[in-house]
Design a protein around this ligand. Structure first.
Ligand SMILES: [Zn+2]
Length: 130
C-alpha cells in the first residue's frame, strides 16, 4: 500500500496520519491512496483510492484540528470506498455480517459494532493486532 500527498494545506498532516492508520486495518490487500486539495481554504481534501484489481474511487474529507475526529472522517470515507470496490462489508464485525462503523469512543477513533458496541470496539489502526 502507498500514500501519495499532493497538498501542502494546513491539516493535511492529520489526514496523512489518519490514512496510514486506517490502512493498517486494511492489510494485506494492496491499495494506493492519493490525497489532494478540494477546498484548501476550508481544509477540505480529496481522497482517491486505487484498489488492486479494482477501481479508482474518490471521496472528499473535511479536516479539523482534532486528530481523532479526522481519523473517524477518513475511516468513514475509506470504508465507503473499500465497500464500493469490494461489494462487501469492510471491516467486517467479528461474528456478525455487517461492517464495523467508525466512531469516536471517548478520546479514541474506533471501529464499533453498529448494533452492540459492547460486542466489538477496537481502536482504528489496531484492528488486526492483538
Ligand atoms: Zn456487530
Amino acid at each position: 500500500m502507498s500514500v501519495q500527498v499532493r497538498s501542502t494545506t494546513q491539516h493535511v498532516d492529520l489526514v496523512v496520519s489518519a490514512v496510514h492508520r486506517v490502512l493498517r486495518d486494511y492489510a494485506p490487500e494492496a491499495v494506493h491512496v492519493v490525497i489532494g486539495d478540494l477546498e484548501p481554504k476550508h481544509s477540505s481534501f480529496t481522497l482517491t483510492a486505487s484498489f488492486e484489481g479494482g477501481m479508482t474511487i474518490g471521496h472528499a474529507v473535511l479536516a479539523t484540528e482534532d486528530a481523532e475526529d479526522v481519523c473517524v472522517a477518513v475511516a468513514d470515507q475509506l470504508q465507503d470506498m473499500a465497500i464500493e470496490n469490494r461489494f462487501g462489508a469492510w471491516p467486517r464485525c467479528p461474528g456478525h455480517t455487517h461492517p464495523l462503523w467508525p466512531s469516536r469512543t471517548g478520546d479514541v477513533a474506533s471501529w464499533v459494532c453498529p448494533t452492540e458496541p459492547a460486542h466489538c470496539t477496537r481502536p482504528i489502526g489496531r484492528l488486526l493486532t492483538r
